[in-house]
Design a protein around this ligand. Structure first.
Ligand code: ADP
Ligand code: ZN
Length: 438
């Protein structure tokens, strides 16, 4: 069985990768400077000339790009190729504001799909697999990215898109899907539905899943693996840099290899912009060194992350990033305390609750309110429904666990099964009503 999609690249010695990155960076900076007025202006303002960039050691001299730049330059301002050379437009999901659009030449599509094919092979995929893609198709990059990767690998591709979960399961069974690709929250929902329909993992043929596009915890991974009887792999990406497949997990499941022949990763201090040494937590920044149409240099993702060059048992040499903790702007500040939705998810799953939850924050009489709606499983509900004492005890215990993790006290509402809306794409975990008052 093929262990790597492109072994010569994926296992290239680190020194060679760095050399390759340096060569590509120098060319890319000259190309962008010559073809992109917006970035040229940023470089001129910073007093940096293309000749100042002789290799990756000079990367820090280049100006950053932010999502605001992308919004300002919308739609064509950061395009570095004539439109007639482009073959595709995709767009972000707009999780944090106005959508931005990204352009691709055929070369850009090819490299993106190759990255997704690498992810599929790392999850054990071959041309004998049946890959069920239930990420959304369309402007969102999830569906098209994994679809393209599956084609590149020669797997039989089921372009389901998201939604109609019973049909997903029917096709999964009838057509013997072996690899599932979707958001982790949708995977959890498919697992739940499978059991509701009276099936067990023995009734399906899935062996692996590739889940990404939103943050998810290790606890969530175990929940999905158990519900579907599979090994669950993480995949990361963002539209601005290409889409899913910027990095992907291997069998070690301890972080995602970044495709370093295409993307250079840095970790910076989000406050000062200073580059931090390997192993520090900070904001992830990407420079795309092979893209033609929309090559962003030093793009600030706002994702908080740690990089590691520790040798990986899979044999891949590309640097690994940890699961992003969430975006810097996902972080809630409640009564002055920093709270990440991922911390709440960790507590819920550790305490044996379902991954169906929603966090509600508001400000009433100048004070922050903090509530968590948590859905009970059928069994929990049956047990607690008529036993007020046990119900109160369960709620108190969960509040205690939350205080232990977060340092502040939420109000917990344990709800009947199916009270929290299921997500078919990116889950909406937080409703922050304070934003409406501003
Ligand atoms: P939007 O920024 O509008 O959500 P995208 O659909 O391009 O647009 O989403 C990219 C973002 O999704 C990333 O910057 C990151 O915050 C999040 N993301 C993608 N994959 C993962 C993952 N595996 N784990 C955590 N977050 C992820
Ligand atoms: Zn590995």
């Amino acid at each position: 069985m093929k262990k790597y999609f492109q072994p010569e690249i994926e296992t290239m010695p680190v020194e060679e990768i760095k050399k390759l990155q340096s060569e590509r960076l120098v060319k890319q900076v000259a190309y962008v400077y010559a073809n992109n007025k917006y970035y040229k202006k940023l470089m001129d303002e910073k007093g940096v000339k293309p000749e100042d960039i002789q290799g990756i050691e000079d990367l820090h001299k280049l100006p950053f790009l932010t999502k605001n730049d992308l919004r300002e330059a919308y739609p064509y301002g950061l395009l570095s190729r004539p439109l007639k050379d482009c073959v595709r437009i995709q767009s972000t999901s707009g999780t944090t504001g106005r959508r931005v659009v990204a352009f691709y030449t055929q070369h850009d599509i090819d490299l993106w799909e190759e990255c997704c094919a690498r992810a599929l092979v790392a999850a054990g995929g071959t041309d004998e697999d049946v890959v069920q893609v239930c990420y959304g198709y369309g402007l969102f990059t999830g569906g098209p990215g994994l679809n393209g990767g599956s084609h590149k690998l020669g797997s039989l591709t089921l372009p389901m898109s998201s939604g109609n979960t019973e049909r997903q399961i029917q096709f999964m069974r009838d057509l013997n899907a072996t690899i599932l690709c979707c958001t982790p929250s949708y995977a959890a929902y498919i697992g739940e539905k499978l059991h509701e329909m009276g099936f067990t993992p023995d009734d399906i043929n899935l062996k692996a899943g590739i889940f990404g596009a939103e943050p998810w915890t290790e606890e969530m991974r175990r929940d999905i693996e158990q519900k579907l009887g599979i090994k669950a792999y993480d995949i990361y990406g963002l539209t601005e840099i290409s889409g899913p497949g910027v990095s992907f997990e291997c069998e070690e499941q301890t972080g995602m290899h970044i495709n370093e022949d295409h993307f250079i990763a840095e970790i910076i201090d989000p406050e000062t912009g200073e580059v931090l040494p390997e192993g520090s937590e900070g904001e992830l920044v990407f420079t795309s060194i092979t893209k033609e149409a929309f090559p962003l240099l030093r793009y600030r993702t706002r994702d908080l992350c740690v990089l590691s060059r520790k040798q990986c048992s899979c044999g891949r040499t590309h640097i690994k990033m940890c699961k992003p903790k969430g975006r810097s702007d996902d972080m809630l500040i409640i009564r002055g305390v920093n709270v990440f939705p991922s911390q709440i998810e960790t507590v819920l799953l550790k305490e044996g609750y379902t991954p169906n939850y929603q966090i509600l924050v508001d400000r009433i009489n100048n004070e922050d309110t903090f509530e968590i709606n948590v859905e009970l499983s059928q069994e929990q509900y049956a047990k607690l429904q008529d036993d007020d004492l046990a119900f109160d005890k369960a709620e108190k215990k969960l509040v205690g666990a939350m205080v232990g993790m977060l340092g502040i006290r939420p109000r917990i509402h344990l709800l009947a099964p199916h009270s929290v809306v299921r997500s078919e794409g990116k889950a909406v975990r937080v409703v922050d009503k304070r934003k409406l008052h501003d």
